[in-house]
Design a protein around this ligand. Structure first.
Ligand code: G3H
Length: 258
């Protein structure tokens, strides 16, 4: 199977996969930062490649949020569930972002379009210690978290740190501190620098960066020149089995050694 995948990548995709030490890359032409249709192409490609990635069987798919993921969801179709069964579960609760790009919305949308089930996680992501401690033992939340921990497929994007700080309306103090620590990217509630060192961790509910290592089918969907550093840095956490769907905007910069 691995040989087949190697043959299925062009030279640049193979070079990027080797450079990032992951199994597979697909590079869509263009830069989604300059042309919105490229983001749609990334989403369409992700949906298509998911078909190639997943064998027949039953899947619990952990689904992250963001505009890339929301765009990808629109390309999901019942074809995916022809020889597979799906339960979609969001990787986290509410983050105070626009409703349509919350992980809850994206996973629900995917479930609808594929014809699978969805399990929501209705809990704010940024809770006080006290609220966190009591909600953690809520039966419905416990149940969703336990299903999430059993995920055998993961779909996520990687954010540009500055964009994510603004979108989440972080305080000026926190933004300055993250800038002082040279945060370049965000994923799974963790802000990290160019070396992939975590400089701030936002949330405790949901899938943690340490959980992704053991998920057998994992796809990162992220493109755009402004995400090049973030993608490169995050791949330190991505297990080898990762598939990356990106664009030339990000890939060219990563290969130049941004
Ligand atoms: O955590 C990362 C973000 O979800 C990425 O968001 O796709 O809108 O850039 P985005």
């Amino acid at each position: 199977r691995f040989m087949r995948l190697l043959l299925n990548m062009n030279a640049k995709e193979k070079a990027l996969a080797d450079y990032l030490n992951i199994q597979f890359c697909r590079i869509v032409p263009g830069d989604c930062d300059e042309d919105a249709s490229v983001l749609d192409e990334i989403g369409k490609t992700a949906a298509k490649e998911l078909h190639a990635l997943l064998p027949a069987g039953e899947f619990i798919v952990a689904v992250a949020g963001g505009s890339t993921m929301a765009q990808a969801a629109e390309h999901f179709s019942p074809e995916l569930s022809q020889n597979r069964e799906f339960m979609f579960v969001p990787t986290r609760g509410g983050l105070g972002e626009s409703m349509s790009i919350q992980a809850n919305s994206v996973s629900d949308r995917m479930a609808q379009l594929v014809g699978g089930e969805n399990m929501a996680l209705f809990v704010p992501d940024n809770l006080s210690e006290k609220a966190y401690a009591s909600m953690k033992s809520e039966p419905s939340i416990k149940h969703t978290l336990s299903v999430m921990k059993k995920a055998n497929c993961l779909l996520y994007s990687i954010g540009n740190a500055k964009v994510m700080m603004e979108r989440r309306r972080m305080s000026h103090g926190l933004i300055s501190s993250l800038e002082a620590h040279n945060a370049v990217g965000e994923a799974f509630g963790c802000y990290f620098n160019e070396n992939g060192e975590i400089v701030y961790r936002l949330s405790r509910f949901g899938l943690q960066i340490e959980d992704i290592e053991k998920i057998p089918y994992a796809m990162a969907i992220a493109g755009g020149s402004t995400k090049a550093k973030a993608i490169k840095a995050f791949m330190k956490y991505a297990p080898h089995q990762t598939w990356l769907i990106t664009d030339e905007g990000a890939a060219n910069l990563i290969l130049k050694g941004v």
